[in-house]
Structures are given as structure tokens and as C-alpha cells.
Design a protein around this ligand. Structure first.
Ligand SMILES: NC(=O)C1=CN([C@@H]2O[C@H](COP(=O)(O)OP(=O)(O)OC[C@H]3O[C@@H](n4cnc5c(N)ncnc54)[C@H](O)[C@@H]3O)[C@@H](O)[C@H]2O)C=CC1
Ligand SMILES: O=C(O)CCC(=O)N[C@@H](CCC(=O)O)C(=O)O
Length: 490
């Protein structure tokens, strides 16, 4: 296998000078990409390149920046199948899903253009003497950190609005998905981005640390685990001048109450809990079902439909619903999480099983109703915890009993219940009779508590990509008609 020149610094593809790194196809453990990591010195070179490129890029008229970003969208369309294949190979996600990921990347461009104007454009307000303006300026050099579960779409959700706003970027993708990052940056290069405007540094945590701690960056946009996000937040304490946007995980509840269509309920639960093999930050982790016959019927159908979920290779002709998880390690981690819950007194309703030597797992369902020391952790895979409840208020209270606050949902036919749920539940994404995954890029996307730091992304990403500048302006210096009391100027 050829070793990639994986670092893109100041418009040049360079070999890393650091340790060897590799990417595996998680379904087979075959190495599909290898390179050497960027060193601290190379990260420094990337930051310096981004700094040198900043004024020339931010001084360009918006239309010129937009034209390059739109060219990137065209290239994404031309290469969509190559990119969808690469995402499938590197993450294990089935092609039907990776194709939607590429479509979301393409859709991001028009949405970000609209958001740029609506949320950060120029506003002029009349005033008696002169004019008042609200404008927005780019921060400067920003670092973008991406997760592995959407290696194209989620970094793209930071990079596109950051570039449109006039920032220059250093992108540090997940070490589990370097191949997708490389392909994406190649398309940016072809789109005609000037040297230094977007730089790519690849490597493991050391590369991430070198970038996050670099004094030369003005901001950091992060999508990833709550653990890393919290480390970054601590690291940025005492640096109010730097913008930090954190999109982190969740421990998301879904409550079912008085829903007549059991099949539809089961469908929305499965879409919420098991899509992407449970590897979405928005996935339902906790399912609240009423005690009694209605809850029993839903559980019975849920178990049989979950047992029937097809798990398979990303490119299988007969497409599976779930592909491999991101790695064998992640799969083993889910088995360990299940065991931890069993040790705490949970009852397995459908065991999550792991095909050792691969990242494949089958989806699992576990009853945690009687677990008193329930760990408030995000188990990032297809393991759904069921809680039976007899009182709606108590279910909402338990749903809110988490440090996280990303997504939440109610499946039920009563509008008053939803109105009440909406007022009580603490989350940044709250849905009614829809799966809680599959958020729209045309809406803000972010959570509260341990899920984020109040800098929602998607439609609101424009907000953290620029800072507002308020100006009052007059073309000439003019003496006011009335002077302040006690003032005379002869
Ligand atoms: N709220 C949101 O929008 C989303 C959140 N996520 C969350 O992301 C997680 C899965 O992604 P992962 O790739 O496992 O996240 P992760 O936190 O392990 O890694 C994310 C990025 O941070 C880097 N990194 C890790 N440790 C670092 C450190 N100490 N200093 C600097 N950089 C460091 C990694 O190299 C990677 O580029 C899940 O918890 C999921 O819930 C995923 C998608 C969306
Ligand atoms: O960022 C956007 O444009 C919208 C947010 C989004 O696409 N969310 C997805 C995936 C994020 C995740 O859960 O990892 C979703 O809600 O399914």
C-alpha cells in the first residue's frame, strides 16, 4: 500500500514527519490508507500558512468566496459516488446512508450562503446624523475538529460557513477517517481555494493537541465526544478572546405515550436508536414505555422488528439497515457497556452481539427500569435502554436526569402531551412523532449541558464564524447643531 502524502499545508501535499498512522476498513480490519502524522512543527506551519492567507481571503468580495465554495459543491456532485464509497469503506456505513451524507454536504453550500446573509449579513439602520451599520467580520484562523461518524458532512458543516465568512482554516479530521478527509480536501483544492486558506493536518491525538493548544489560532470548532469537548473547554478557560464552538454527544430520551399506530411507533424508535449502527449523537439511548398492555405491545413488536434488522457490508447489493461500527474496538466497547448494565441489574431483552474480528454488532435492547445507579454515559452504538413508567411527569423527570441535553422526542397522539413535554424537556432538538435523528441543516443544531456550549451549528454556524461590528458613520466630520451642555467650541 502506498503511503499517502497526507498533509495539505499552504497549498502543498506533504508527507508527515510524525508517527505512522493507518485507517482500517472496520468490516474486515484490512488497512485501506496509511501515512505519517503531522508533527508539532508541521501544525505550526499550517497555522502560519493560514495566517498569511487570511487578509487576502477575507478581503475578497463575498461573491468571490462564494464562487469557489459553489465550485466545490459542483465537484462534490461530480465525485459523489467516489466519496460515498470512501465513506462506506472507512466507516462501515451502508451506501444508502453515505449517499445521503454526500447529498447533505452538497446541500450545506446553499444553506450556508442563506445563513450567512440572514444571520451575519450587513444591516443598515437610518439615524438622524449619519448611518448605523451592523457588519460581521471573520475571526481569522480557525481550527476545525471532526468526528468519525459523519466524516464528510460534519466537518463540512464548520468548514463551509467558516470559509464563506472569510476565515482561514486548519482541519484536523478524526484519525479513524483520514481517507475521506483527504478526498474532500482534494476537491477543495480543485475548486480553486488559494494556498493556505484550507490546510489539513492528519494524525492522532498528539496532532489534535498540537493544533488545539496553538497560540496562533483565533477559534476552534469542534464536533466530537463530550470527554474531548470538556478537555478543550478547560484548555480554553481564561482565553475569552478565542471562539470555541463545541458540538458534543447526548444521552437522548424518547418517550412513548398514547400512540395508536404501534407499527409507526416501532419504526420511529428504530430510526432513532439504530440508524448508523447507533453512531449518531442524536440517537435515542433511553426509551420510556408505559407499563401495561400498550407498552407491552410496542415492546413485543420492537423486539421482533429489531431482530429482523439486516446488518451487513456497506456495499452489499441487498443493502443492510446497519453496517459495521467504526472499529472492532468500538464494537467491543458496546459489549462491555451492555455487560456493565447487566452487572447493575439490567435485564437483557435482546442481546447486542459482536462478530469478533470485525466491527459488526447486532442491535441490542436492555431493560434498565430497575437499575438504580444508571450511568449517565453516552454509549455510542446500537444499544437501546428501556425504562417502563407509569407516570408521565416521572418519565419526563427521568428523561431530564442527565448532564446531556442534545435531542429528545415524544411519540404520542395527544397535542397537549406534546405541548407539556416541549415545555419541560431540556434539549436543543425536540421532536414530536418523528425520529430524533436526521436533523435538518436548515435549522440550528446543538445541545445544552454536556452536549454543547450554546453555540449551535448547522443553520446557526454562521453565528460562530464571525463577530459583529457596530458602526455609526458619516462621510464628513460635522459639528453637531446642538452641543452638549457646558461645551463651547469657537
Ligand atoms: N453534537 C454533534 O453535533 C455531534 C457529536 N458527535 C459526538 O462525537 C463522538 C464521536 O466522535 P469521535 O470521533 O469519537 O470524537 P472524539 O472526541 O474522540 O474526536 C473528535 C476529534 O477530536 C480529536 N481529539 C481527540 N482528543 C483530543 C485532544 N485531547 N485534544 C485535541 N483533539 C483531540 C480527534 O482526533 C478528533 O479529530 C460521539 O460522542 C458523538 O456523540 C458526533 C456527531 C455530531
Ligand atoms: O449539521 C447539520 O447540518 C445538521 C445536523 C445533522 O446532520 N445531524 C445528523 C447527524 C449528527 C449526528 O447525530 O452525529 C442527525 O441529526 O442525524
Amino acid at each position: 500500500m502506498t503511503t499517502h502524502t497526507a498533509q495539505f499545508i499552504n497549498g502543498q501535499w506533504l508527507a508527515g514527519n510524525g508517527a505512522a498512522v493507518a485507517s482500517l476498513n472496520p468490516a474486515t480490519n484490512e488497512t485501506i490508507w496509511s501515512a505519517q502524522a503531522a508533527t508539532k512543527e508541521q501544525v505550526d506551519a499550517a497555522v502560519k500558512a493560514a495566517r498569511s492567507a487570511f487578509f487576502a481571503w477575507s478581503d475578497r468580495p463575498f461573491a468571490e468566496r462564494l464562487a469557489i465554495v459553489q465550485r466545490f459543491a459542483e465537484l462534490l456532485k461530480e465525485h459523489s459516488e467516489t466519496l460515498a464509497m470512501a465513506i462506506g469503506r472507512e466507516t462501515g456505513k451502508p451506501l444508502w446512508e453515505t449517499r445521503t451524507e454526500v447529498a447533505a454536504m452538497i446541500g450545506k453550500i446553499a444553506i450556508s450562503e442563506k445563513a450567512y446573509h440572514e444571520r451575519t449579513g450587513v444591516v443598515e439602520n437610518p439615524m438622524p446624523q449619519g448611518r448605523a451599520f451592523i457588519r460581521h467580520k471573520a475571526h481569522g484562523v480557525v481550527a476545525v475538529f471532526g468526528p468519525y461518524n459523519f466524516p464528510g458532512h460534519l466537518p463540512n458543516g464548520h468548514i463551509v460557513p467558516a470559509l464563506l465568512a472569510g476565515n482561514t482554516v486548519i482541519f484536523k479530521p478524526s484519525e479513524l477517517t483520514p481517507m475521506v478527509a483527504e478526498l474532500t480536501v482534494q476537491l477543495w483544492q480543485q475548486a480553486g481555494l488559494p494556498a493556505g486558506v484550507l490546510n489539513l493536518v492528519q494524525g492522532e491525538v498528539d496532532t489534535g493537541k498540537a493544533l488545539a493548544s496553538h497560540r496562533g489560532i483565533d477559534g476552534l470548532f469542534f464536533t466530537g465526544s463530550s470527554r474531548t469537548g470538556h478537555l478543550l473547554h478547560e484548555q480554553y478557560a481564561g482565553q475569552p478572546g478565542k471562539i470555541l464552538a463545541l458540538e458534543m454527544g447526548g444521552n437522548n430520551p424518547l418517550i412513548v405515550k398514547d400512540a395508536a399506530d404501534t407499527k409507526a411507533v416501532v419504526h420511529d424508535i428504530i430510526q432513532s436508536a439504530f440508524i448508523s449502527s447507533g453512531q449518531r449523537c442524536t440517537c435515542a439511548r433511553k426509551l420510556f414505555l408505559p407499563v401495561g398492555a400498550a407498552g407491552d405491545a410496542i415492546l413485543e413488536k420492537l423486539l421482533s422488528a429489531t431482530k429482523a434488522i439486516q446488518v451487513g457490508h456497506f456495499d452489499a447489493e441487498q443493502q443492510p439497515f446497519m453496517g459495521s461500527m467504526i472499529s472492532e474496538r468500538a464494537a467491543a466497547g458496546m459489549v462491555a457497556a451492555q455487560q456493565q448494565l447487566l452487572d447493575l441489574g439490567a435485564v437483557s431483552l435482546l442481546p447486542l452481539t459482536h462478530q469478533v474480528g470485525t466491527g459488526f454488532v447486532t442491535p441490542g435492547i436492555i431493560d434498565c427500569t430497575n437499575v438504580t445507579d444508571y450511568p449517565d454515559e453516552e454509549h455510542f452504538g446500537p444499544l437501546l435502554k428501556v425504562f417502563r413508567y407509569s407516570d408521565f411527569d416521572a418519565a419526563i423527570e427521568k428523561a431530564n436526569d442527565t448532564a446531556f441535553g442534545l435531542s429528545a422526542g415524544l411519540l404520542g397522539d395527544n397535542a397537549e402531551d406534546y405541548d407539556y413535554f416541549l415545555r419541560r424537556i431540556r434539549a436543543g432538538i425536540v421532536n414530536w412523532n418523528r425520529p430524533i435523528t436526521g436533523a435538518s441543516s436548515a435549522a440550528p443544531f446543538g445541545g445544552i449541558g454536556a452536549s454543547g456550549n450554546h453555540r449551535a451549528s448547522a443553520y446557526y454556524a454562521a453565528d460562530y464564524c464571525a463577530f459583529p461590528v457596530a458602526s455609526v458613520e458619516l462621510e464628513k466630520v460635522v459639528l453637531p447643531a446642538t452641543l452638549s451642555p457646558g461645551l463651547s467650541i469657537d
